[in-house]
Design a protein around this ligand. Structure first.
Ligand code: SAH
Length: 349
Protein backbone atom coordinates (compact mmCIF):
# COMPACT_ATOMS: atom_id res chain seq x y z
CA UNK A 1 0.00 0.00 0.00
CA UNK A 2 1.29 3.45 -0.91
CA UNK A 3 1.98 5.62 2.11
CA UNK A 4 -0.15 8.76 2.41
CA UNK A 5 1.41 12.20 1.98
CA UNK A 6 0.88 13.51 5.52
CA UNK A 7 2.18 17.04 4.86
CA UNK A 8 -0.64 17.73 2.39
CA UNK A 9 -3.33 16.89 4.98
CA UNK A 10 -5.39 19.54 6.69
CA UNK A 11 -5.75 19.43 10.47
CA UNK A 12 -9.29 18.14 10.05
CA UNK A 13 -8.15 15.32 7.76
CA UNK A 14 -5.36 14.42 10.17
CA UNK A 15 -7.75 14.28 13.12
CA UNK A 16 -9.91 11.86 11.14
CA UNK A 17 -6.87 9.71 10.33
CA UNK A 18 -5.90 9.58 14.01
CA UNK A 19 -9.39 8.52 15.02
CA UNK A 20 -9.34 5.83 12.31
CA UNK A 21 -6.18 4.52 14.00
CA UNK A 22 -8.11 4.37 17.30
CA UNK A 23 -6.37 7.43 18.75
CA UNK A 24 -8.07 10.41 20.41
CA UNK A 25 -8.83 13.38 18.15
CA UNK A 26 -6.30 15.70 19.83
CA UNK A 27 -3.44 13.56 18.50
CA UNK A 28 -4.21 15.14 15.12
CA UNK A 29 -3.26 18.56 16.46
CA UNK A 30 -0.12 17.16 18.08
CA UNK A 31 1.08 15.56 14.86
CA UNK A 32 0.11 18.68 12.85
CA UNK A 33 2.21 20.81 15.17
CA UNK A 34 5.19 18.45 14.83
CA UNK A 35 4.92 18.67 11.06
CA UNK A 36 4.27 22.37 10.53
CA UNK A 37 5.53 24.18 13.63
CA UNK A 38 8.53 22.07 14.59
CA UNK A 39 8.90 20.86 11.00
CA UNK A 40 9.91 17.34 11.97
CA UNK A 41 11.31 15.30 9.09
CA UNK A 42 10.94 11.88 10.78
CA UNK A 43 8.14 10.37 12.85
CA UNK A 44 10.87 9.20 15.26
CA UNK A 45 11.40 12.83 16.31
CA UNK A 46 7.82 13.15 17.60
CA UNK A 47 8.78 12.50 21.20
CA UNK A 48 5.39 13.44 22.70
CA UNK A 49 3.83 10.42 20.92
CA UNK A 50 4.13 6.82 22.09
CA UNK A 51 6.67 4.64 20.33
CA UNK A 52 3.82 2.43 19.15
CA UNK A 53 1.97 5.33 17.52
CA UNK A 54 5.15 6.59 15.87
CA UNK A 55 5.60 3.14 14.34
CA UNK A 56 2.03 3.04 13.09
CA UNK A 57 2.44 6.49 11.55
CA UNK A 58 5.61 5.27 9.85
CA UNK A 59 3.72 2.32 8.36
CA UNK A 60 0.86 4.44 6.99
CA UNK A 61 2.26 7.85 6.11
CA UNK A 62 5.33 9.50 4.64
CA UNK A 63 6.91 12.87 5.38
CA UNK A 64 8.24 13.92 1.99
CA UNK A 65 11.41 15.94 1.49
CA UNK A 66 12.87 17.96 -1.37
CA UNK A 67 16.56 17.64 -2.22
CA UNK A 68 18.70 20.58 -3.17
CA UNK A 69 19.94 19.65 -6.66
CA UNK A 70 21.62 23.05 -7.17
CA UNK A 71 22.04 26.08 -5.00
CA UNK A 72 23.26 29.36 -6.48
CA UNK A 73 24.06 32.23 -4.14
CA UNK A 74 24.45 35.72 -5.59
CA UNK A 75 27.68 37.56 -4.87
CA UNK A 76 26.07 40.98 -5.38
CA UNK A 77 23.13 40.64 -3.01
CA UNK A 78 21.63 38.00 -0.71
CA UNK A 79 19.56 36.24 -3.36
CA UNK A 80 19.74 32.42 -3.35
CA UNK A 81 18.28 30.33 -6.12
CA UNK A 82 17.46 26.66 -5.50
CA UNK A 83 16.79 23.87 -7.92
CA UNK A 84 14.81 21.35 -5.87
CA UNK A 85 14.40 17.69 -6.79
CA UNK A 86 10.89 16.46 -6.02
CA UNK A 87 10.23 12.94 -4.66
CA UNK A 88 9.39 11.68 -8.20
CA UNK A 89 12.60 13.07 -9.73
CA UNK A 90 11.12 16.20 -11.33
CA UNK A 91 12.67 19.60 -10.66
CA UNK A 92 11.31 23.01 -9.63
CA UNK A 93 12.91 26.34 -8.81
CA UNK A 94 12.61 28.45 -5.67
CA UNK A 95 14.22 31.85 -5.11
CA UNK A 96 14.99 33.48 -1.76
CA UNK A 97 15.20 37.28 -1.88
CA UNK A 98 16.17 39.77 0.78
CA UNK A 99 14.15 43.00 0.88
CA UNK A 100 14.25 45.77 3.44
CA UNK A 101 10.98 44.42 4.86
CA UNK A 102 12.35 40.90 5.28
CA UNK A 103 12.94 37.63 3.47
CA UNK A 104 10.66 36.76 0.60
CA UNK A 105 10.44 33.36 -1.09
CA UNK A 106 9.31 32.87 -4.68
CA UNK A 107 7.87 29.38 -5.07
CA UNK A 108 6.79 27.18 -7.99
CA UNK A 109 3.29 25.74 -8.26
CA UNK A 110 3.59 23.31 -11.20
CA UNK A 111 6.26 21.27 -12.97
CA UNK A 112 6.30 23.15 -16.28
CA UNK A 113 3.36 25.20 -17.47
CA UNK A 114 0.72 24.98 -20.19
CA UNK A 115 0.04 28.70 -20.62
CA UNK A 116 2.54 29.21 -23.44
CA UNK A 117 3.64 32.81 -22.74
CA UNK A 118 6.23 33.56 -25.43
CA UNK A 119 8.79 35.29 -23.21
CA UNK A 120 8.74 32.72 -20.38
CA UNK A 121 11.24 29.86 -19.99
CA UNK A 122 8.95 27.81 -17.73
CA UNK A 123 6.55 26.94 -20.51
CA UNK A 124 8.94 25.98 -23.32
CA UNK A 125 8.94 22.23 -22.60
CA UNK A 126 5.25 22.23 -21.68
CA UNK A 127 3.40 21.02 -18.65
CA UNK A 128 4.30 17.92 -16.63
CA UNK A 129 2.14 17.97 -13.51
CA UNK A 130 0.69 20.01 -10.65
CA UNK A 131 2.57 20.36 -7.38
CA UNK A 132 0.87 19.00 -4.27
CA UNK A 133 0.17 21.31 -1.31
CA UNK A 134 3.06 19.59 0.51
CA UNK A 135 5.49 20.28 -2.34
CA UNK A 136 4.63 23.99 -2.13
CA UNK A 137 5.05 24.03 1.66
CA UNK A 138 8.28 22.06 1.44
CA UNK A 139 9.91 24.74 -0.71
CA UNK A 140 9.48 27.00 2.34
CA UNK A 141 10.46 24.45 4.99
CA UNK A 142 13.56 23.19 3.15
CA UNK A 143 14.74 26.74 2.40
CA UNK A 144 14.28 27.78 6.04
CA UNK A 145 16.27 24.71 7.09
CA UNK A 146 19.01 25.56 4.61
CA UNK A 147 19.43 29.21 5.58
CA UNK A 148 18.53 28.78 9.25
CA UNK A 149 16.12 31.69 9.43
CA UNK A 150 12.50 32.57 9.00
CA UNK A 151 10.80 33.56 5.76
CA UNK A 152 8.48 36.57 6.05
CA UNK A 153 6.53 36.54 2.80
CA UNK A 154 5.73 34.24 -0.10
CA UNK A 155 5.15 34.98 -3.76
CA UNK A 156 3.69 32.40 -6.14
CA UNK A 157 5.72 33.56 -9.14
CA UNK A 158 7.99 30.61 -9.80
CA UNK A 159 7.37 27.89 -12.39
CA UNK A 160 3.72 27.25 -13.27
CA UNK A 161 0.39 29.02 -13.35
CA UNK A 162 -0.94 28.96 -9.76
CA UNK A 163 -4.58 29.38 -10.75
CA UNK A 164 -4.29 26.41 -13.14
CA UNK A 165 -3.60 24.34 -10.00
CA UNK A 166 -6.39 26.03 -8.08
CA UNK A 167 -7.46 23.33 -5.64
CA UNK A 168 -3.94 22.51 -4.44
CA UNK A 169 -2.98 26.17 -4.18
CA UNK A 170 -6.01 26.88 -1.98
CA UNK A 171 -5.21 23.80 0.17
CA UNK A 172 -1.64 25.14 0.45
CA UNK A 173 -2.93 28.57 1.56
CA UNK A 174 -5.06 26.94 4.24
CA UNK A 175 -2.16 24.84 5.53
CA UNK A 176 0.23 27.79 5.45
CA UNK A 177 -2.09 30.04 7.44
CA UNK A 178 -3.45 27.50 9.93
CA UNK A 179 -2.71 28.91 13.41
CA UNK A 180 -1.99 25.36 14.62
CA UNK A 181 0.53 24.97 11.81
CA UNK A 182 2.99 27.33 10.12
CA UNK A 183 0.66 30.23 10.91
CA UNK A 184 1.62 32.73 8.21
CA UNK A 185 -0.88 35.52 7.62
CA UNK A 186 -2.12 35.38 4.02
CA UNK A 187 -1.58 39.15 3.87
CA UNK A 188 2.04 38.20 3.35
CA UNK A 189 1.26 36.09 0.31
CA UNK A 190 1.05 37.21 -3.33
CA UNK A 191 -0.35 35.05 -6.10
CA UNK A 192 0.51 35.88 -9.69
CA UNK A 193 -1.64 34.89 -12.67
CA UNK A 194 -1.43 35.26 -16.43
CA UNK A 195 -5.18 35.90 -16.34
CA UNK A 196 -7.41 32.87 -15.75
CA UNK A 197 -10.56 34.93 -15.24
CA UNK A 198 -12.97 32.35 -13.70
CA UNK A 199 -10.38 31.31 -11.11
CA UNK A 200 -9.56 34.97 -10.32
CA UNK A 201 -13.22 35.47 -9.50
CA UNK A 202 -13.32 32.28 -7.42
CA UNK A 203 -10.29 33.50 -5.50
CA UNK A 204 -11.99 36.85 -4.88
CA UNK A 205 -15.07 35.09 -3.50
CA UNK A 206 -12.91 33.17 -1.00
CA UNK A 207 -11.67 36.50 0.48
CA UNK A 208 -8.47 34.94 1.75
CA UNK A 209 -6.58 38.23 1.98
CA UNK A 210 -3.86 37.29 -0.51
CA UNK A 211 -2.55 39.95 -2.89
CA UNK A 212 -3.34 39.31 -6.54
CA UNK A 213 -0.77 40.14 -9.15
CA UNK A 214 -1.74 40.04 -12.83
CA UNK A 215 0.74 39.55 -15.65
CA UNK A 216 -0.65 42.10 -18.08
CA UNK A 217 2.36 42.86 -20.33
CA UNK A 218 0.29 44.59 -23.00
CA UNK A 219 -2.85 46.75 -23.10
CA UNK A 220 -3.50 45.82 -26.72
CA UNK A 221 -5.57 42.66 -27.30
CA UNK A 222 -3.89 41.74 -30.59
CA UNK A 223 -0.40 42.07 -29.20
CA UNK A 224 -1.27 40.41 -25.90
CA UNK A 225 -2.78 37.43 -27.73
CA UNK A 226 0.46 37.06 -29.69
CA UNK A 227 2.68 36.93 -26.62
CA UNK A 228 0.18 35.37 -24.18
CA UNK A 229 -2.18 32.77 -25.70
CA UNK A 230 -4.44 32.96 -22.61
CA UNK A 231 -5.62 36.33 -23.93
CA UNK A 232 -7.44 34.63 -26.82
CA UNK A 233 -9.68 33.01 -24.23
CA UNK A 234 -9.92 35.88 -21.72
CA UNK A 235 -9.31 39.25 -23.39
CA UNK A 236 -8.15 42.37 -21.56
CA UNK A 237 -11.68 43.73 -20.92
CA UNK A 238 -12.69 40.54 -19.06
CA UNK A 239 -9.36 40.41 -17.27
CA UNK A 240 -9.66 43.98 -15.97
CA UNK A 241 -13.29 43.37 -14.96
CA UNK A 242 -12.08 40.43 -12.87
CA UNK A 243 -9.43 42.72 -11.30
CA UNK A 244 -12.13 45.26 -10.37
CA UNK A 245 -14.17 42.41 -8.91
CA UNK A 246 -11.17 41.27 -6.87
CA UNK A 247 -10.82 44.74 -5.37
CA UNK A 248 -14.55 45.03 -4.67
CA UNK A 249 -14.62 41.70 -2.86
CA UNK A 250 -11.36 41.89 -0.95
CA UNK A 251 -10.46 45.58 -0.68
CA UNK A 252 -6.98 44.70 -1.92
CA UNK A 253 -5.35 46.60 -4.76
CA UNK A 254 -4.27 44.41 -7.66
CA UNK A 255 -0.72 44.65 -9.01
CA UNK A 256 -0.28 44.83 -12.79
CA UNK A 257 2.99 43.27 -13.88
CA UNK A 258 4.36 44.67 -17.11
CA UNK A 259 7.58 43.18 -18.50
CA UNK A 260 8.98 45.85 -20.76
CA UNK A 261 10.09 44.36 -24.10
CA UNK A 262 11.73 46.47 -26.75
CA UNK A 263 9.76 46.59 -29.97
CA UNK A 264 6.85 44.67 -28.42
CA UNK A 265 5.00 46.65 -25.76
CA UNK A 266 6.94 49.78 -24.85
CA UNK A 267 6.45 52.27 -27.68
CA UNK A 268 4.87 55.70 -27.10
CA UNK A 269 1.34 54.53 -27.93
CA UNK A 270 1.61 51.57 -25.53
CA UNK A 271 1.87 53.74 -22.41
CA UNK A 272 -1.17 55.73 -23.51
CA UNK A 273 -3.19 52.55 -24.16
CA UNK A 274 -2.26 51.17 -20.75
CA UNK A 275 -3.09 54.41 -18.96
CA UNK A 276 -6.47 54.56 -20.67
CA UNK A 277 -7.32 50.98 -19.77
CA UNK A 278 -6.54 51.27 -16.08
CA UNK A 279 -7.55 54.89 -15.44
CA UNK A 280 -9.46 55.10 -12.16
CA UNK A 281 -8.72 51.49 -11.18
CA UNK A 282 -7.42 50.56 -7.74
CA UNK A 283 -4.22 49.01 -8.95
CA UNK A 284 -0.49 49.36 -8.95
CA UNK A 285 1.76 49.02 -12.01
CA UNK A 286 5.09 47.23 -11.64
CA UNK A 287 7.48 47.44 -14.59
CA UNK A 288 10.07 44.69 -15.12
CA UNK A 289 12.87 44.88 -17.68
CA UNK A 290 12.30 41.52 -19.43
CA UNK A 291 14.81 38.79 -18.60
CA UNK A 292 16.32 37.41 -21.78
CA UNK A 293 15.53 33.71 -22.32
CA UNK A 294 18.06 31.66 -24.30
CA UNK A 295 15.50 30.20 -26.73
CA UNK A 296 13.73 33.54 -27.35
CA UNK A 297 14.69 36.93 -28.70
CA UNK A 298 12.98 39.34 -26.29
CA UNK A 299 15.05 42.17 -24.83
CA UNK A 300 14.25 44.95 -22.45
CA UNK A 301 16.65 47.59 -21.29
CA UNK A 302 16.36 49.33 -17.94
CA UNK A 303 16.46 52.55 -19.97
CA UNK A 304 13.29 51.51 -21.84
CA UNK A 305 11.55 50.76 -18.52
CA UNK A 306 12.52 54.20 -17.20
CA UNK A 307 11.23 55.87 -20.36
CA UNK A 308 7.99 53.89 -20.19
CA UNK A 309 7.57 54.86 -16.53
CA UNK A 310 7.99 58.53 -17.47
CA UNK A 311 5.40 58.28 -20.23
CA UNK A 312 2.92 56.56 -17.91
CA UNK A 313 3.43 59.33 -15.36
CA UNK A 314 2.59 61.91 -18.02
CA UNK A 315 -0.76 60.12 -18.40
CA UNK A 316 -1.33 60.19 -14.66
CA UNK A 317 -0.28 56.63 -13.82
CA UNK A 318 2.41 55.95 -11.23
CA UNK A 319 4.49 52.85 -11.74
CA UNK A 320 7.43 51.27 -9.95
CA UNK A 321 10.30 49.45 -11.62
CA UNK A 322 11.13 46.12 -10.06
CA UNK A 323 14.58 45.99 -8.51
CA UNK A 324 16.77 43.41 -10.20
CA UNK A 325 18.00 40.92 -7.62
CA UNK A 326 20.58 38.21 -8.08
CA UNK A 327 21.30 39.22 -11.67
CA UNK A 328 24.61 37.29 -11.60
CA UNK A 329 22.96 33.94 -10.79
CA UNK A 330 19.75 34.64 -12.40
CA UNK A 331 18.46 34.08 -15.87
CA UNK A 332 14.70 34.20 -15.97
CA UNK A 333 12.51 31.89 -14.02
CA UNK A 334 12.45 28.34 -15.33
CA UNK A 335 15.93 28.42 -16.86
CA UNK A 336 17.68 26.43 -14.16
CA UNK A 337 15.19 23.62 -14.64
CA UNK A 338 15.65 23.91 -18.45
CA UNK A 339 19.41 23.61 -18.00
CA UNK A 340 18.99 20.50 -15.83
CA UNK A 341 16.70 18.94 -18.47
CA UNK A 342 19.13 19.72 -21.30
CA UNK A 343 22.00 18.23 -19.34
CA UNK A 344 20.02 15.07 -18.56
CA UNK A 345 19.28 14.76 -22.30
CA UNK A 346 22.96 15.16 -23.18
CA UNK A 347 23.88 12.41 -20.72
CA UNK A 348 21.25 10.07 -22.20
CA UNK A 349 22.26 10.54 -25.84
N1 SAH B 1 2.07 32.00 -14.25
C1 SAH B 1 2.06 33.11 -13.36
C2 SAH B 1 3.20 33.13 -12.38
C3 SAH B 1 4.58 32.74 -12.86
S1 SAH B 1 5.51 33.87 -13.81
C4 SAH B 1 1.96 34.40 -14.14
O1 SAH B 1 1.97 34.35 -15.35
O2 SAH B 1 1.81 35.44 -13.52
C5 SAH B 1 5.86 35.21 -12.74
C6 SAH B 1 6.03 36.52 -13.47
O3 SAH B 1 7.22 36.54 -14.26
C7 SAH B 1 4.89 36.83 -14.43
O4 SAH B 1 4.54 38.18 -14.36
C8 SAH B 1 5.52 36.50 -15.77
O5 SAH B 1 4.84 37.10 -16.83
C9 SAH B 1 6.92 37.02 -15.56
N2 SAH B 1 7.91 36.53 -16.50
C10 SAH B 1 7.99 35.36 -17.13
N3 SAH B 1 9.06 35.31 -17.94
C11 SAH B 1 9.68 36.49 -17.82
C12 SAH B 1 10.84 37.07 -18.39
N4 SAH B 1 11.56 36.40 -19.29
N5 SAH B 1 11.17 38.32 -18.02
C13 SAH B 1 10.44 39.00 -17.11
N6 SAH B 1 9.34 38.52 -16.53
C14 SAH B 1 8.96 37.28 -16.89
Amino acid sequence: MEKKDILSMSLLALEKEMMALGEPKFRGKQVFSWLHQKQATEFAEMSSLSLQLRERLEENFCINRLNIARRLASTIDDTVKYLYRLPDGNFVETVLMQYHHGKSLCISTQVGCRMGCQFCASTIAGYVRNLTPAEMLLQIYETERDVGCQIDSIVLMGIGEPLDNFENVIAFFRLLSDPDGFGMSLRHVTVSTCGLVPQMRMLADLRLGVTLSVSLHSADNRRRSEIMPVNRRYPIEELLDACRYYFEKTGRRVTMEYAVMDGVNSAMGDAKKLAKRIAGMQCHVNLIPVNPVAERSFHGLRRTALQFQKELRAYGINATIRRTLGSDIDAACGQLRRDAQQRAKEVQT
